[in-house]
Design a protein. Structure first.
Length: 441
């Protein structure tokens, strides 16, 4: 009880102090315009991150953000941009630019952080923006011809066919706010209320207006990432390679599931991006060429042809977009290593047994895991093998089979009973030692 009384006394004293200091602090802490420090009356400014190519996902995100800022009473919407191009058609881009210009809240653009770029058609965002700022070490330009007459054509004319640094943009009057950081950009916006804070000999401003940051949802971020050139290229490469590997294995395994998933995601990304379809067809043809030699287990002519076709298709896959040399090296070298060394070894390992050599398998009995007509899968001593029928004799699923030959990694089998016979064969020598030249019965 004594401890509870002491605690209560301390809380009461703190309450009195806060009651006395509160009005003084509220009167002393004012923003640069003499306004109150509380953010309740100062509204909020929304900051959304716009990164990567402007694809349908990102364009919808920006459009939705503008609508939410209007509905929720934001004082301004800031686009933190790092983009090097647009992969939506001009009409879709015009809708976005006009939506920015007609919004009831100011839509501003900040290019940052350092190392970011806003180039290509995406640079026309600054033509529809109110305030524009750039971080040091960023580039802006190559905007091209304005897509709509609602843009600031004078501003865009300065960066129509060239890129400029943050310092050059300030000298040309393209940027309107000095903004090394997003915080500096926010406190310099006319809609944002600020207050001065003194720390030692330095006085700085901080926003009284609340700041809310937003970005793509997890699913939207995944789809936006898939629609980037490097990711789509690597996904289509991995997807096709894994599915080819699965063709030489029995059943459906992890490789097949991962490959199919990668292929589906890659198809979405390639449908969004500007793709040269002849290059895509060449990429698929290269994988088929690799598959020919994977089946034999030895890299030969088709492996070399596949390497050439894959390299050419990788370089020319995208129209107007280029892959970095790192991505190309990873893709081309990875595929070569996989199909020259890794893939044949994995296929042999998957079908191998602990016994060295396979001659012992001639005459072995097993069962058909699937129907063999003319190709299928059989099980010999607990190991699964690709198989083809001997003399095109169909074999039903679960029927007993006999191994009569081996061709690379494929077994030649026949049913235990009722196998078709080749009457051109001669009987071997009998027990008496006489040659059996009568046709086999």
């Amino acid at each position: 009880m004594r401890r509870l009384s002491v605690t209560g006394a301390v809380v009461a004293m703190l309450g009195v102090v806060l009651a006395l200091v509160g009005p003084v602090g509220a009167a002393a802490a004012q923003d640069s315009d003499g306004g109150p420090t509380t953010g309740s009356d100062a509204g909020y400014v929304a900051v959304v991150k716009v990164s990567g190519l402007l694809d349908p996902v990102m364009v919808d995100f920006v459009t939705t953000s503008i609508g939410e800022a209007e509905e929720e009473g934001a004082v301004a919407l800031v686009l933190q941009v790092n983009s090097t191009g647009v992969v939506v058609d001009d009409s879709r881009m015009v809708q976005l630019l006009e939506r920015m210009g007609s919004a009831s809240v100011p839509v501003d653009v900040w290019v940052g952080p350092s190392g970011s770029n806003l180039t290509g058609t995406a640079a026309q965002l600054v033509g529809a923006a109110g305030e524009v700022g750039m971080a040091p070490g960023t580039r802006l330009g190559n905007a091209g011809v304005p897509l709509t007459d609602t843009l600031d054509e004078q501003r865009l004319a300065l960066i129509a066919d060239r890129t400029v640094s943050s310092q050059e943009a300030a000298e040309l009057g393209v940027t309107t706010v000095e903004a090394p950081t997003i915080g500096d950009f926010l406190v310099n916006l006319p809609e944002v209320e600020t207050r001065e804070i003194t720390q030692g000999d330095q006085t700085r401003r901080e926003p009284v207006t609340q700041v809310q940051f937003g970005q793509l949802s997890l699913v939207d971020q995944m789809m936006h990432t898939v629609a980037s050139p490097a990711v789509a290229y690597l996904l289509i490469t991995v997807g096709l390679a894994l599915m080819i590997f699965e063709l030489f294995t029995a059943g459906v395994g992890v490789a097949g599931v991962v490959g199919a998933g990668s292929f589906v995601l890659a198809c979405y990304g390639l449908a969004i991006l500007p793709v040269r379809w002849w290059a895509l067809a060449l990429l698929v043809a290269s994988m088929l060429a690799f598959a020919v030699d994977v089946q034999t287990g030895v890299p030969r002519f088709w492996t070399g042809a596949g390497v050439v076709m894959f390299a050419v298709s990788s370089i020319f896959l995208f129209d107007g977009l280029s892959l970095s040399w790192i991505t190309l090296v990873v893709g081309i070298v990875g595929v070569v290593l996989a199909f020259v060394g890794g893939m044949p070894s994995m296929v042999r390992t998957r079908f191998s047994t602990p016994t060295i050599g396979r001659e012992w398998m001639i005459g072995e009995m097993g069962r058909a895991v699937s129907s063999v007509d003319p190709d299928g899968v059989v099980q010999i001593r607990e190991a699964l093998w690709r198989a083809s029928t001997n003399r095109a004799t169909p074999i039903e699923e679960l029927d007993r089979v006999r191994v009569v030959g081996i061709d690379g990694l494929v077994l030649e089998v026949e049913p235990e009973e009722g196998a078709a016979r080749d009457y051109r064969e001669r009987r071997p020598k009998g027990a008496s030692g006489e040659a059996g030249d009568a046709p086999a019965e």
